[in-house]
Design a protein around this ligand. Structure first.
Ligand code: GDP
Length: 458
């Protein structure tokens, strides 16, 4: 498939469809320079220099102008794909870019497949797999947190520590092999001790890496569950939060009939808001189903917003709900209807664990207090997500493929350690350490199978 076509020159419109100031057409491959020379006439004489933006005219085969453009040429290997690359910056809207594409195709370029520029960057060793995924993560980022994780990953935040772990494992492998090959000269106990120590270091780092929760929060947003008695204002609050979202809101059909899930960006963080049906025990089988689903949502919540009506004292049901929420996740108590004269701050009981409970008074009706809630939510999201630039590799893994590879590496190292604990000789660990190494290699794409890379880039 793609590999056989690695030698041709590809072209694609790099900017999104629709009207805009500029449209960019990008070309990569051995003929990029030739195609550019054929179709682009610089306004001033002189060779195109590497990385220099030139003004001129893009022309059709008869020499008639297609558009007035800026063009730039990057000579291999100093380009994104490590091939010769040209970019033509045209006027926005789709017509100029399409005409430019037609011109390039008629010259012999092939229309690039989605992700093919980055695929070439990967195949040519310009980026490793985790970095290529980071590029795609940056492009697809739906929150500032996702963008930060991707840019850190792109800058080698994953590759470097994974590389160190690979080195350590390779060292252990060599020791195990030596102990197996020269059992008389090498002390098995010393090897076992080294392997145990190395394994425990790597396990520490990998167990964080394999924690899919962070990756999920970065990618899909933290799950925030809204719960509360009927009529306290959950739906009104949900609507108020949605209109506070100035980014794009995607409605996701609820996974169940009774929980509605909506993605929303607040304070730069992506959240999945889940509105629950209620938690009150009931005899009605339909309601019971709803309650079971609400409990399920609560069990999976990263954060709970427990809503109460601030014009009434907390009821027994409110207390039950709070206790249940606090048992599951970090909880914020929202005292709603602050706009009404009867409003008073609720008094959580001691066994509602008031120490860890933040109370935010607000009004879903007037919007008063929503900004405070937004800040509070952003602060909580921040504690759930990696912040420090030097955070461990694991905290930077952003997709399932990566966390699963980390999990396999962790499994291999754990099996090796367990085998040692059972008193097995070093040679019995070989396969497990090798499996761990292979999984680590997959993370950065060193040992990944071609069918997998093809899937990732498509
Ligand atoms: P839910 O059953 O918890 O989803 O509650 P709703 O959002 O349907 O609200 C119940 C009632 O309370 C509705 O009549 C809302 O208009 C009203 N309500 C909700 N929030 C506020 C608020 O902040 N102030 C006032 N005055 N009324 C509110």
């Amino acid at each position: 498939m793609r590999n056989e076509r690695q030698n041709d020159t590809i072209a694609a419109i790099a900017t999104p469809p629709g009207e805009g100031g500029i449209a960019i057409v990008r070309i990569s491959g051995a003929c990029a320079g030739e195609f550019l020379r054929a179709a682009f006439r610089p306004a001033h004489k002189g060779e195109m220099k590497h990385g220099q933006m030139r003004y001129g005219t893009l022309t059709d085969p008869t020499g008639a102008p297609i558009d007035e453009v800026m063009a730039v040429f990057f000579r291999a290997p100093r380009s994104y794909t490590r091939e010769d690359v040209a970019e033509i910056h045209l006027h926005g809207g789709s017509m100029c870019a399409r005409a430019a594409m037609e011109r390039l195709l008629s010259l012999g370029a092939r229309a690039a497949e989605p992700g093919e520029f980055t695929y070439r960057a990967f195949m040519n060793g310009r980026v490793d797999l985790s970095e290529a995924e980071a590029v795609m993560g940056l492009i697809g980022a739906r929150s500032q947190a996702a963008r930060r994780a991707s840019i850190r990953q792109l800058r080698g935040g994953v590759s470097a520590p994974i590389g160190r772990m690979r080195e350590e494992l390779t060292g252990l492998l060599a020791k195990i092999e030596a102990a197996t090959d020269f059992p008389d000269e090498i002390d098995e106990d010393v090897t076992a001790k080294d392997v145990r120590e190395g394994a425990s270091r790597i396990r520490n780092e990998l167990s964080r890496a394999a924690d899919g929760r962070r990756a999920r929060i970065v990618r899909d947003g933290a799950s925030v569950v809204l719960c509360g008695r009927p009529n306290v204002g959950k739906s009104s609050l949900m609507n108020a939060l949605l209109s506070a979202d100035r980014a794009i809101v995607t409605d996701i059909p609820g996974t169940t009939r009774d929980t509605v899930e909506t993605k929303v960006t607040l304070g730069g963080y992506l959240f999945r808001l889940v509105d629950t049906a209620g938690l009150r025990d009931s005899d009605d089988p339909i309601e019971q189903l709803g309650v079971a689903r609400s409990r399920q949502a609560l069990a999976e919540a990263d954060l709970v917003l427990a809503v109460c009506d601030g014009t009434q004292p907390l009821t027994e049901e409110d207390h039950d709900l709070l206790r249940e929420a606090l048992a599951q996740a970090d909880t914020i108590l929202l005292a709603n209807k602050r706009d009404l004269p009867d409003f008073a701050l609720p008094q959580p009981a001691a066994n509602d664990a008031p120490n860890t409970l933040t109370v935010v008074p607000l009004s879903a009706k007037t919007g008063d207090g929503l900004a405070t809630l937004e800040t509070t939510l952003a602060q909580r999201a921040e504690t759930l997500l990696p912040q420090a630039a030097q955070s461990a590799a694991g905290e930077l893994l952003t997709n399932q493929r990566q966390t699963q590879a980390a999990q396999r590496a962790l499994d291999g190292v754990t099996r090796a350690r367990d085998a040692l604990d059972l008193g097995m000789t070093p040679d019995a660990l070989l396969t497990d350490v090798e499996a761990a190494l292979e999984a680590l290699g997959e993370l950065t794409g060193r040992t990944v199978r071609e069918d997998i890379t093809a899937r990732i880039f498509s």
